[in-house]
Design a protein around this ligand. Structure first.
Ligand code: SF4
Length: 227
């Protein structure tokens, strides 16, 4: 098997971005929110849950709880009931109330804007931190969720399974200014075309750039020609 060089992967990544931009010109975060606090809550709720389900739960939540202080003071049992349908509601309640207590105590009630501060908050790992950085503060962030992990591997951009290792490898391949958009594009592609089971390779706009494409699995990526 021929190993693809980093330079070739960089070129291929740029072409993937170019084509996916055309396929999904509206690609953006699919969680509904208006404030940084709302995005933190929605992102924590979205763990192991669809954005669609989260968006059904958050309107009532956002109406009732406005500030970090409101969440910090929430009655645990009541809050658990309010978010129950998103799954893992006990852990999520603990994370959201714990996170908001820290935001009140250490950051004056405002969501911090630096990765090193965000990851100290309960329930906030690098994935959530990158969602917040990219979608609130305009700081490029590469989000490694289940779609990114699956697609980055299928596309032959990494062989890593650990999210942080995937993020670091992709960060060295994709121009920094594209990290947030690349995340949206890959997540949209994973949700609409490159499904975990039965990816729709025949109608995939990046299939000539993909070594996992159903009919060319045996061909090295270095030999796949761009359209
Ligand atoms: S060709 Fe198939 S496996 Fe590759 S990205 Fe497209 S849908 Fe996914």
């Amino acid at each position: 098997m021929i190993t693809e060089s980093l330079e070739s992967k960089k070129k291929r990544s740029l072409e993937i971005i170019k084509r996916l931009k055309k396929t999904f010109p509206d690609a953006a975060i699919e969680l509904n929110f208006k404030t940084p606090i709302e995005l933190v809550v929605a992102t924590i709720l979205s763990a192991q849950c669809t954005d669609k389900r989260v968006n059904m739960v958050t309107p009532a939540l956002f109406k009732k709880y406005k500030s970090a202080k409101d969440y910090a003071k929430a009655n645990v049992k009541t809050f658990e009931k309010e978010i129950r349908s998103t799954g893992f509601y006990r852990a999520k309640t603990k994370n959201i109330t714990g996170c908001m207590k820290e935001i009140v105590k250490r950051f004056g009630g405002k969501v911090p804007s630096r990765m090193e501060d965000l990851v100290t908050l309960p329930g906030v790992g690098r994935k959530t931190a990158n969602v917040i950085l990219g979608n609130i503060f305009g700081t490029p962030g590469l989000v490694v969720d289940t779609h990114m992990r699956r697609l980055a591997n299928r596309l032959g951009l990494t062989r890593q399974q650990d999210p942080v290792k995937i993020e670091m490898e992709l960060n060295g391949m994709i121009p920094q200014k594209e990290w947030t958009l690349f995340s949206h594009l890959i997540i949209w592609h994973g949700r609409r075309t490159c499904f975990a089971r039965k990816p729709k390779c025949a109608e995939c706009s990046i299939n000539t750039l993909c070594p996992s494409r159903e009919d060319v699995k045996h061909v090295s990526v270095g030999l796949i020609k761009a359209r």
